[in-house]
Design a protein. Sequence first.
Length: 251
Amino acid sequence: MCTVQKVERFGAFLSLDEYGGKEGFIHISEVSPNWVKNIRDFFREGRKTVAKVLRVDTSKQQVDLSLKRVTEQQKKYKIQEWKQRQKSEKLLEMAAESAGKTVEEANKKVAERLLGKYPDLYTAFEEVVRSGEGVLTDAKVPKSWVKVLHPIITSNIELPTVSIGGEISLQIFEPQGMETLKMALEKIAEPVDGEEKNDLSVKIIGPPKYRVTVTAEDYKTAENIMQKRVEAVKAMLEPHDHTFEFSRIDK
């Protein structure tokens, strides 16, 4: 992540936000794979951008950067990572203020200990939301810090989720068919043994069709939940006179 400091006709000077504001330079030839008519179409003083480090000359304290060699996927990932880093540092500041401590103390008592077990603070904070304050105590974070930090994390960090959809076509050909149908729909909404709590909803499209949506932390987990729930309903319906069809619908 960089901040544009100065724009010249032959290139742009940027400060490297993650390295104490050290200066880097992007030559006009590294701005775009296409001909650059006006370099200010790409840079404005004060704006942030994502650049790739090409070379570091320690003797000259010179860092050569490139804009054109950053893919859209890399740019998106870096911006997300930067925002997460800023947010986790802000939450740490909030905890320090609440505890009447300094940010330096927060870094020493909390950040350094969590970074000994996790790649970054945000990942550690997500694990706190997922698994509870034991994540903090396991990392040897003092209890006084756990007390103020845990509620701040759980109030401000949301775990990422994905949703997948499916469609059920279900008919019961028995005198008590409506009751069996109701049981089947309730069955698909029930967690299977060993399954962690995740969000599943069933909505009527129009009998005999029903929409099933699973929301989980990742696609693999969502697909497993969907499969297990559908298999559980199939097993429940085996003794009954029925038709059952299931198809996946991408959201």
